[in-house]
Design a protein around this ligand. Structure first.
Ligand code: FCB
Length: 389
């Protein structure tokens, strides 16, 4: 089924709590969005109100023919004060997991997707070595929820998170092009926290890994050594840290050119998406190949998509991304599945303008409207539509 991707191939869509739930008031991001003088263009507010409307979102995903949903648990809700765990919030996520089962949808669960509780951030965050034990304690608290998941992701895009911390650029939109140097202390703590989380999650026997976001650096002639030095702390070290995991996950959207002087933005002549990134569908296949080459592990695409107001272009992008992935599979890449980013238009870390969703929603009423791309991807997943049509 699914156009030669195989019967066991995972087909789904992904979201992250802060970007869709709304009113994540106890998180570091909420604090940042409302800080005096913030450079963040707009706050997250109610987001898509998926905290209350998740059942409808899961139903729409299932009705389209997708069978997996990746979402994140919000640490800031579950542990609102250090060491205080909310049974009610744990129950909330338990209900979401049950709702997936009701719709024949398999949950894939992210434990940390960029946001942390404000107490954690205010008391050192990932720069404090206590972050490792603190994260492990939270993972222990959510462990009873995880046995229903097919896959668990510990920390989303640790490489991007380390760069955000390194550049103190957490309040700026991420841009392809020049990326801040990752903070080495944050890098070490994130890797240590990941290792602890992997050990804990393995107790419930669910495959566990983490999603790295390679940037598809490509070198000008003569810039190969510059590329190596640039890429190592920004992505390779995080892929190497995945070698003992059960799988490696990748998320990619675009590529970045490296000259002898370092990274440069794409030329003005190329097509760009609403995030300003170069339109480059093969990115995810290149990322998957890199992740496999570094780790030797099976690869799961945990995010891939495009910010566009033109849904036909979303279908073009996704079709070409899937074709490139299929070509890698034919060439021997063990690929477990494809989770599209994103199920819903969402809060893109500072702005609602870059729309990545397969579903849009009304800012006043929250009424959902599936886009043609949702039906299209569902048909590909069900094997009733070929990528070559
Ligand atoms: C990734 C993030 C995700 C979303 C997409 C566009 O870096 O994991 O939350 O912002 O990019």
């Amino acid at each position: 089924m699914g156009d030669d991707f195989g019967d066991d191939f995972i087909w789904g869509a992904a979201t992250a709590a802060h970007q869709i739930e709304g009113n994540n008031v106890n998180s570091d991001w909420w604090v940042r969005e409302h800080a005096p003088g913030t450079r963040i263009p707009e706050p997250s507010g109610d987001a898509a109100d998926s905290y209350h409307r998740y059942a409808e979102d899961i139903r729409l995903l299932a009705e389209a023919g997708l069978t997996s949903y990746r979402f994140s648990l919000e640490w800031a809700r579950i542990e609102p004060a250090e060491g205080h765990f909310s049974r009610a919030e744990l129950d909330h996520y338990r209900r979401m997991i049950a709702c997936c089962a009701d719709h024949g949808v398999t949950p894939l669960i992210t434990l940390h997707h960029f946001t942390s509780p404000r107490w954690f951030a205010e008391d050192g965050g990932w720069l404090d070595e206590r972050s490792v034990a603190r994260f492990a304690r939270y993972v222990e608290a959510v462990l009873p929820l995880l046995d229903a998941a097919s896959h668990v992701f510990t920390i989303n895009e640790p490489n991007i998170l380390a760069m955000m911390i390194g550049g103190e650029k957490g309040d700026e939109q991420l841009q392809a092009g020049s990326l801040p140097a990752p903070d080495p202390v944050a890098t070490a703590n994130l890797i240590a926290a990941h290792r602890r989380a992997v050990e804990i999650v393995r107790r419930v026997g669910v495959p566990v890994g983490w999603p790295v976001a390679p940037q598809q650096f490509f070198a000008d002639p003569g810039a190969e050594e510059v590329l190596k030095a640039y890429a190592y702390p920004r992505e390779i070290v995080f892929l190497e840290a995945a070698r003992d995991d059960d799988f490696v996950a990748v998320q990619a959207y675009t590529r970045t050119r490296i000259t002898v002087d370092g990274p440069v933005p794409a030329p003005e002549t190329v097509e760009r998406t609403l995030t300003g990134w170069e339109y480059y569908p093969p990115a995810i296949a290149e990322a998957a190949r890199l992740a496999h080459d570094v780790t030797g592990l099976p690869v799961l695409v945990s995010e891939n998509g495009i910010a566009t107001a033109d849904d036909a272009r979303r279908i073009d992008y996704t079709r070409d991304a899937l074709k490139a992935l299929r070509a890698e599979m034919v060439a021997g890449l063990p690929l477990l599945g494809y989770l599209h980013w994103s199920l819903l238009d969402n809060y893109e870390w500072g702005s609602y303008t870059p729309t990545f969703g397969l579903i849009s929603w009304d800012r006043e009423t929250f009424e959902r409207t599936p886009k043609p791309s949702l039906a299209w991807l569902g048909e590909v997943a069900r094997g009733v539509r070929s990528l070559d049509e």
